[in-house]
Design a protein around this ligand. Structure first.
Ligand code: HEC
Ligand code: HEC
Length: 371
């Protein structure tokens, strides 16, 4: 369509030019404009999350975050992107026990799964809701810049990142579209990554379809579900539940709080976890309760990746937990009595955990590498 007389003349010019010369035709470059089209977060049967009002999600902002999440230029030697330690097929965690940073140095914690982070947002209160295993970042916006500057991870200065992105026209344009920005800056990088991470919703597993009444669980899955949610009765360990939902609760299978599930005795705690943030002795060895969505594809497990597979995890909860000062009272029962899981119980629990695998999420092209 010809919208203006100018456009009309231009098209006419191009037509004429096209008619009488073989020179390549250079169309005038379209000016890049701010595009505030809101991003519609598909939450399905989840309640709408309460997101920070000062960072409204837009199509262009989420797309910029996606570009940055897969951008190796965020690292010191341009070899490592966020996505290299957060693999989509692994529920955005790493298959390695400790991810190796660009300097070849291993971190001391296992990479974390990334899904449904929009529901981890902190809304006041002194405990719970924070990012990283130890909760040291109160918001995602604060969190996302840390791996860039971490010497054991991407080991790059924000100043260098700004220079690299600022000299890449694709990024300059996308920052303009997303934030109406004339210049790339660190705050906007953080906002874009935050928007992208909020967009990563996993709620299309078999379990979700069961919640919606669309499928039935098999007998084994159903028995596993009951075991997972039912309370543990130390006086009848054979017949009572495993009470996993005591901590892995709600639609995201996490209370988003910090807990001690009995991995180490006080003397053996190499990593003090949440205590490093709060300074409280009672928080020694507490770590963020991970979501169990897609858990069957996100091994190895725990903050230090000590368990190679789900069998090792179940061994731990069944009879491997040890006592310590900050041990969750619920776990004290596991220590004193053991869960008494039979082989059938274990098979059923695992069958249930498989229902949390969300292939649509793990293969969603909207989260994949756009470069
Ligand atoms: C070298 C590997 C590595 C790279 C690169 C990396 N991460 Fe991580 N990520 C980790 C590890 C390890 C943790 C846990 C660290 C801790 O708790 O101290 C983590 C934790 C997180 C968390 C916390 C999740 C939660 O539930 O609290 C988020 C979010 C995250 N990373 C996003 C990113 C983003 C965004 C980037 C790129 C800017 C990135 N990561 C780059 C390894 C990495
Ligand atoms: C007292 C609270 C509590 C209970 C009960 C509990 N967990 Fe956990 N779970 C946690 C905490 C806290 C972590 C993280 C611990 C760490 O890394 O130091 C965790 C970690 C895990 C992980 C590792 C996930 C990952 O991404 O690394 C799995 C798997 C798991 N729990 C499964 C279960 C199952 C199955 C049950 C029931 C048999 C259960 N949990 C019961 C609190 C609990």
């Amino acid at each position: 369509m010809i919208r203006s007389p100018f456009g009309f003349l231009l098209s006419l010019g191009i037509l004429f030019a096209a008619g009488c010369t073989t020179e390549p035709i250079l169309e005038p470059a379209e000016p890049v404009l701010h595009d505030p089209t809101p991003y519609v977060l598909e939450v399905g049967h989840f309640p709408p999350p309460v997101l920070p009002e000062d960072n409204p999600m837009t199509e262009a902002g989420v797309q910029l975050g996606r570009m940055l999440f897969h951008e190796k230029k965020l690292s010191g030697d341009n070899t490592q992107a966020c996505a290299d330690c957060h693999l989509q097929s692994n529920n955005f965690s790493d298959m390695a026990v400790f991810s190796t940073g660009i300097a070849g140095e291993e971190g001391h914690r296992h990479s974390m799964v990334l899904s449904n982070l929009a529901w981890h947002v902190h809304h006041g209160g002194s405990h719970g809701h924070g990012f990283f295993w130890d909760g040291r970042a109160a918001t995602l916006r604060e969190q996302v810049l840390q791996p860039i500057e971490d010497a054991q991870e991407m080991d790059e200065s924000l100043e260098n990142v700004l220079v690299k992105l600022g000299s890449d026209q694709e990024y300059v344009d996308q920052f303009k579209r997303a934030f109406d920005a004339e210049e790339v800056n660190a705050d906007l990088i953080a906002r874009a990554l935050e928007q992208f991470l909020f967009s990563m919703v996993s709620n299309q597993s078999r379990y979700d379809r069961w919640l919606l009444g669309e499928v039935e669980l098999t007998e084994s899955e159903e028995r596993g579900r009951v075991l997972f949610f039912d309370e543990f009765d130390p006086f009848n360990p054979e017949t009572s539940g495993a009470d996993c939902a005591h901590c892995h609760s709600g639609l995201d299978f996490s209370n988003h709080q910090f807990g001690n599930n009995g991995l180490d005795a006080d003397a053996d705690m190499e990593d003090i976890g949440y205590m490093g943030v709060t300074g409280e002795e009672m928080d020694r060895g507490k770590f963020k309760t991970p979501s169990l969505r897609n858990v069957m594809v996100s091994a190895p497990y725990m903050h230090d990746g000590r368990f190679v597979d789900i069998d090792a995890v179940l061994d731990h909860y069944d009879h491997g937990a040890v006592s310590s000062t900050s041990l969750d009272p619920m776990m004290q029962y596991n220590v004193d009595y053991g869960l008494g899981l039979t082989d059938q119980d274990r098979a059923d629990l695992i069958a249930f955990l498989h229902t949390l695998t969300d292939v649509a999420f793990l293969e969603n092209p909207a989260f994949s590498n756009p470069h």
